[in-house]
Design a protein around this ligand. Structure first.
Ligand SMILES: NC(=O)c1ccc[n+]([C@@H]2O[C@H](COP(=O)([O-])OP(=O)(O)OC[C@H]3O[C@@H](n4cnc5c(N)ncnc54)[C@H](OP(=O)(O)O)[C@@H]3O)[C@@H](O)[C@H]2O)c1
Length: 254
């Protein structure tokens, strides 16, 4: 049986670890050739490539710090030189989430978050769609914190609010090319980036209690949802913000 993403090329930003790595590996398992983007963690990206190739897939590690437009453009040139001339699937996963809210946000925190999460996503998409055939797929990684208020990280949450708006606007702009654009909004998920938060066991227990499904998410819980959106089965789903949080803070008494 042919795999669902056979003959497709996918670019996953921020795939050297965490959610991006899990998504890259899942898409490869579904048959896609995967370009594994990273900013600084070359070893992490190479490990993702190694695991994909070991499983019989095709992958390539591609450095590129997406916080600068010039870097993004160079990254696409490098990708073409490596033989990846078209992009069927773009996963805008790279993101940073330092704390910062009304009282303690600094200009540095604001710029860092918006440069990667918003500017990086916009200009990566701009370059990708120049190389995307009809029927392409774009999935943006957002957050459930757009729905649930956590004032201490409101700079981060608002960057993902921008991601949600862009998701809907890009979907409208690209619909005539049958390109779908959706966002997946994870709840708290165990990754390298969140490992520091997991050491506070009382807090973790409280978090889990606030989910309907009663456990912490693993990266594959998110990767599986992203993978579905990349298949032909999801061809009629576009402009949607799909939360994958195990039902976090639904408001019901537990
Ligand atoms: N984990 C969660 O609980 C959670 C919940 C909701 C949403 N999210 C979102 O999911 C995404 C991934 O989160 P994560 O927890 O997997 O993060 P993570 O473990 O910290 O990994 C972040 C990834 O993004 C890459 N990255 C960071 N800045 C970059 C840049 N300027 N250019 C290119 N790549 C860059 C990193 O690359 P290097 O390591 O090479 O620098 C790394 O591969 C983010 O968008 C985040 O906002 C996460």
């Amino acid at each position: 049986m042919p795999k669902p993403l056979q003959n497709k090329t996918a670019l996953v930003t921020g795939a050297s670890k965490g959610l991006g790595k899990a998504i890259a590996m899942r898409l490869a398992r579904d048959g896609a050739a995967v370009v594994v983007n990273y900013a600084s963690d070359k070893a992490g990206a190479e490990d993702a490539v190694y695991q994909i190739v070991k499983g019989g897939g095709r992958a390539y590690a591609l450095q590129g710090d997406i916080s600068k437009v010039a870097n993004i453009r160079k990254m696409f040139v490098d990708m073409e030189k490596a033989g990846f001339k078209s992009v069927d699937i773009l996963i805008n996963n790279a993101g940073v989430y330092p704390a910062g809210g009304l009282e303690d946000a600094t200009e540095e925190i604001f710029d860092r978050i918006f440069d990667v999460n918003v500017k990086g996503l916009l200009f990566t998409t701009q370059e990708a769609v120049k190389r995307m055939p009809e029927g392409g797929r774009i999935v943006n990684i957002s957050t459930d914190l757009v729905r649930v208020s956590v004032p201490a990280i409101s700079v981060y949450s608002s960057s993902k609010g921008a991601v949600n708006v862009m998701t809907q606007d890009f979907a409208a702009a690209l619909g005539s090319r049958r390109i779908t654009v959706n966002a997946v909004s994870p709840g708290l998920t165990m990754t390298e980036g969140t490992s520091g938060m997991m050491t506070d066991s009382e807090w973790v227990v409280g978090y889990v209690k606030d989910t309907a499904l009663g456990r912490m998410a693993e990266p594959r819980d998110i990767a599986d949802v992203v993978a579905f959106l990349c298949t032909d089965d999801a061809r009629w789903v576009t402009a949607q913000i799909i939360e994958a949080s195990g039902g976090y803070r639904l408001g019901a008494e537990k």
